[in-house]
Design a protein around this ligand. Structure first.
Ligand SMILES: [Mg+2]
Ligand SMILES: [Zn+2]
Length: 170
């Protein structure tokens, strides 16, 4: 299967400064993100979310808070007939030295073990942070940087100004 690996915060739903996340109880979908997820799904991709949640182990949010927001997000997407195939998250703090925090490759490798039918060369990563782009580079995968700037000129990295532009490349 081919997979669209999506970052969550700042790509599908709104991101906030770390301290503000403490008070967030519901996801706020970014403009066009639901539509693009639908388009991606209709193009035959499974959607897997990979998200750094150092907020958990750094004490900004609890695991429970993370789970509530995730559940609300999935419920809203289900209403739009969008199925999220799986979600991988890294709860570790930035100083823990884990192997899953993006741009490290742990979450993608975990997905590849869990789903051996993933065809990595037909899959891609999209996200709004340099770590998402660097993860694509580390995996030698196609990557889309959402407003990440033009610091990455490698041929497998494409800059998007808006998430809806992704449809032009799939
Ligand atoms: Mg992000
Ligand atoms: Zn981790």
């Amino acid at each position: 299967m081919k997979v669209a690996f999506f970052d969550r915060d700042g790509t599908i739903i709104e991101d906030y400064p770390d301290e503000k996340w403490t008070r967030i109880t519901s996801p706020a979908f970014l403009p066009n993100s639901i539509q693009i997820l639908k388009n991606i799904q209709q193009s035959g991709y499974e959607i897997i979310i990979i998200t750094n949640q150092y907020l958990i182990n750094e004490g900004f949010i609890t695991l429970g808070q993370y789970e509530v927001i995730t559940e609300k997000m999935i419920n809203e997407l289900t209403k739009h007939n969008i199925q999220i195939f799986d979600i991988f998250y890294c709860p570790h703090s930035r100083t823990e030295g884990c192997n899953c925090i993006k741009p490290k490759t742990g979450m993608i490798k975990e997905a590849l073990v869990k789903y051996p039918s993933i065809k990595i060369e037909q899959s891609f990563i999209v996200g709004d942070s340099t770590v998402d782009v660097e993860l694509a580079l580390n995996m030698k995968m196609k990557g889309f940087g959402l407003g990440v700037g033009d610091a990455y000129q490698e041929k497998n990295i494409i800059q998007l100004h808006e998430i809806k532009d992704l449809i032009n490349y799939i």
